[in-house]
Design a protein around this ligand. Structure first.
Ligand code: HEC
Length: 233
């Protein structure tokens, strides 16, 4: 299995995160992060780090960085925190697959083989994780939910999936994995909710991990809406 967080839309999408600023005046430092195993990893790291310290993760660059490691641009107040404080805190946080993160120091290791530890962690976070089966949709597919879902879809999803769910939105030309027709989910019952929630939350290949951008409820609203997208006759 290769690393799954290759979404080229990441940088663009993550600039949306900066709306939740908690740091008054900040310096931005680049941190190279080791230990990102799954598509859920950047999300977990950001939320834990921002919970533990007064920092904002303002940008993530997962691809083609100079060192080969993903680079997190982190804003902090140098009067309150040092680089070392941030590095130490990152080292206390665990990837959802159970491996510790750390800040990379030293030469680039592009194309280095995965360590046994990394391979083990990837296995734990395989798509068959039992977590997929556990969630149930708390939001009924009411007119209100569908109206919210439609708006969320048109802003966030239609560029790739098309406004009608055809998978042929304007941005689908430039990407290597086909953004799927969403019609296959038309009118499906609650049995598909957990999969849709998991997929939309974590993303895969060029499908961004919406758990970073949309709230839980917004993701459920958009799932309700996706289930109304029908293949034109
Ligand atoms: C940058 C382009 C892009 C955007 C924006 C995007 N997607 Fe996707 N989506 C994809 C790609 C590419 C895939 C297929 C990924 C794969 O198969 O590995 C996909 C797959 C999916 C799937 C899985 C379908 C299946 O049959 O398994 C769902 C559901 C989905 N997207 C919903 C959404 C929703 C909802 C949004 C908006 C919140 C969204 N997508 C935004 C590119 C995108």
């Amino acid at each position: 299995m290769k690393r799954v967080f290759s979404a080229s839309m990441f940088i663009f999408l993550l600039t949306l995160l900066t709306g939740t600023s908690t740091v008054a005046a900040g310096k931005i430092g680049n941190f190279e992060i080791e230990g990102l195993i799954s598509a859920a990893s950047p999300m977990a790291l950001i939320s834990e780090l921002e919970k533990k310290l007064e920092v904002n993760v303002v940008e993530i660059n997962l691809k083609n960085t100079e060192s080969g490691w993903p680079v997190f641009a982190i804003e902090f107040d140098p009067g309150q925190l040092s680089r070392e404080d941030i590095e130490k805190t990152i080292a206390t946080i665990e990837d959802p697959a159970g491996q510790k993160y750390k800040v990379h120091k030293g030469p680039p290791i592009n194309n280095a083989a995965f360590t046994d530890e990394e391979l083990k962690a990837m296995e734990i976070f395989a798509p068959t994780t039992p977590d997929i089966a556990k969630v149930t949709n708390p939001i009924a597919s009411s007119d209100e939910s569908l109206a919210r879902g439609k708006e969320i879809f048109e802003i966030n999803c239609s560029t790739c999936h098309g406004t009608n769910g055809s998978g042929q939105g304007p941005a689908s030309h430039g990407i290597t994995t086909f953004p799927r027709q969403l019609w296959s989910w038309y009118n499906t019952d609650s049995g598909t909710d957990a999969y849709l929630y998991w997929f939309i939350t974590n993303g895969r290949n060029e499908m961004p991990p919406w758990g970073l951008i949309l709230s839980d409820n917004e993701r459920w609203d958009v799932i309700n809406y996706v289930k109304t997208l029908k293949k034109p006759e």
